[in-house]
Design a protein around this ligand. Structure first.
Ligand code: BT5
Length: 249
């Protein structure tokens, strides 16, 4: 399938039929001094989610990692995770799949009233507080895969399952990378695009953060990606955590 990925992209393209993890490969490339590379794979044998969770990556998906070296402080890097969610959501909508973003970076589709996970994003970085050395944004898109072959606990779905037909992976990847490239050049525009696609804003949420649980109505997002929650005691901002949309009653 290598020719399938003849991308016209502002990134060098490195394609693998099968690799343990595109993020791990991109980190290795970063250590060698590379930049502006997108690592793509048809299949990952050791795909990773956040907190070292497994990420199922059978053949037919779009498993990719973008390596770049933005001139920003470490604290700004979360904005690239949001940018990746926007890019994947836009590409999904262009492919006819009405995806939306759950804070911070899950791309979900409503299937018969159930939110199902279409895309996962894992950002890794290294550097000094005042300037990152490199950022790797890993994006896993369940493209042409059978959701039945994915772990059921996350309510997975795929582009193919929602559309009822396979998606053109080259075109999807091209659009995703183009959008990401535009957004990374103007981080200030990311939040507006993110708000447009967010399903979390205006909803009651329960966020498990490293410092405890925050519950309330998600009212906004702040640079570089903090969620603003209106709680019984006032307003809290959360910068990291697992977010659950509470059922509408
Ligand atoms: C994520 O983690 O959602 C980030 C996933 C990032 C994957 C990409 S693929 C390219 C690059 N290379 C890598 O090795 N990784 C990146 P998290 O929010 O922690 O979600 C992980 C959880 O989602 C797992 O514990 C499962 O429950 C579930 N899960 C695993 N595989 C899935 C899949 N293909 N689709 C939907 N859910 C899945």
């Amino acid at each position: 399938p290598a020719v399938e990925y003849g991308l016209d992209a502002p990134f060098d393209v490195e394609y693998h039929d099968s690799i343990p993890s595109t993020n791990a490969r991109a980190r290795d490339l970063a250590a060698e001094g590379a930049s502006d590379v997108v690592v793509l794979a048809d299949e990952q044998t050791g795909g990773r989610g956040r907190l070292d969770r497994d990420w199922a990556s059978p053949s037919g998906g779009i498993w990719l990692s973008l390596l770049f070296r933005p001139d920003v402080p470490m604290a700004h890097a979360p904005v690239y995770t949001l940018a990746a969610a926007v890019a994947a959501t836009r590409a999904a909508r262009e492919a006819g799949v009405e995806a939306g973003i759950k804070w911070p970076n899950d791309v979900l589709v409503d299937v018969d009233g159930e939110e199902r996970k279409l895309v996962g994003i894992l950002t890794e970085m290294e550097g000094e507080a005042d300037r990152v050395s490199w950022v790797v944004v890993g994006i896993g898109v369940n493209a042409n895969v059978d959701p039945e072959s994915l772990p059921s606990e996350a309510n997975p779905t795929s582009l193919e399952a929602v559309r009822g037909a396979p998606v053109d992976r080259r075109l999807f990847t091209q659009r995703l990378v183009e959008t990401f490239d535009t957004l990374r050049q103007s981080p200030d525009s990311v939040l507006d695009a993110w708000r447009e696609y967010a399903t979390t804003l205006g909803r009651d949420v329960r966020v498990e953060t490293p410092r405890g649980v925050v519950e309330g109505e998600a009212v906004d997002v702040e640079f570089p990606g903090r969620l603003v929650v209106r709680t019984d005691d006032g307003r809290e901002t959360v910068s990291a955590g697992d977010c659950e949309h509470l059922r509408r009653v």
